[in-house]
Design a binder for this molecule. Structure first.
Ligand SMILES: CC(C)(COP(=O)(O)OP(=O)(O)OC[C@H]1O[C@@H](n2cnc3c(N)ncnc32)[C@H](O)[C@@H]1OP(=O)(O)O)[C@@H](O)C(=O)NCCC(=O)NCCS
Length: 228
């Protein structure tokens, strides 16, 4: 059983607004969301998938409104599942174990945003997946007080956040070894690209990510400043 204690950041990068929801997995939970947020393509999807999609879109709509966006059209599903944000806005969505979050910002302030929430994993799972996600030098950068399993899932989450933040520029899949952690503290880390992904994302480009923790989850945020 994953604790539903919500991780959150004490401060956010310029222009970034976040929204979060907890949701259940029964039919009644569906009624709490605006059905208009669900595209026809997902009408026949499993209940769990419809709920997590709706919760993510509900967070995105709330964050956009609070950030000053006055449109109301539901966010379509774009290439490779990336949400299609309104013109002039960037954002990201994540959901896990009945928790959904979205982050948005005006494109004038941030040119890419990624967030990812993951439940803590046990040591056996971390050991099994470690080589797929990072290299020995990255595992040695675990900040003081972070167990090996906690650091594993934190690095995993940061790389997924980086993927979501860069995907709209790169427009293609890239893997966990295309970036590496080169510095880390308890609440932030720097990831460096090991390969060139696009003109705007060359090898050795560095990105700073924020990290938040709760009893049940780790949350990471990657904000790529506009013009930075
Ligand atoms: C796409 C991916 C990052 C999603 O992460 P996840 O942990 O499976 O799921 P999350 O709940 O955190 O995020 C899901 C949301 O991500 C968003 N998303 C999916 N594909 C995306 C993409 N290509 N670009 C940006 N956002 C995307 C969607 O909003 C999705 O929710 P929705 O389908 O309900 O709208 C993951 O499935 C993946 O493919 N990872 C491999 C690529 C990677 O991380 N490389 C590491 C590079 S260093």
């Amino acid at each position: 059983m994953v604790s539903d204690n919500m991780p959150s950041f004490t401060d956010l990068p310029p222009g970034v607004v976040m929204s979060a929801r907890r949701f259940g997995f029964d039919e009644a939970a569906l009624q709490r969301f605006d059905a208009a947020l669900l595209p026809a393509a997902l009408a026949g999807a499993a209940l769990k998938r419809r709920l997590e999609f709706l919760a993510g879109r509900d967070c995105a709509r709330d964050a956009l409104r609070r950030a000053g966006y006055d449109g109301n059209a539901p966010l379509a599903i774009g290439d490779d599942r990336a949400p299609q944000w309104p013109a002039g806005w960037v954002g990201a969505i994540t959901h896990s174990h009945g928790l959904a979050l979205a982050a948005v910002a005006p494109a004038a302030r941030q040119c890419g945003l990624g967030i990812d929430v993951e439940p803590w994993v046990d040591a056996a799972r971390a050991d099994r997946l470690r080589a797929q996600v990072g290299s020995d030098s990255e595992w040695q950068r675990a900040p003081a007080g972070s167990s090996d399993a906690e650091w594993f899932i934190t690095v995993f989450s940061m790389k997924e956040s980086l993927f979501k933040a860069l995907y709209p520029q790169v427009r293609r899949y890239f893997g966990f070894h295309d970036a590496e952690v080169v510095a880390a503290s308890a609440d932030a880390a720097t990831l460096r690209l090991t390969t060139t992904l696009s003109d705007a994302c060359p090898q050795s480009a560095e990105y700073t990510l924020r990290i938040a923790r709760s009893d049940g989850f780790v949350l990471s945020l990657c904000a790529v400043p506009a013009g930075g």
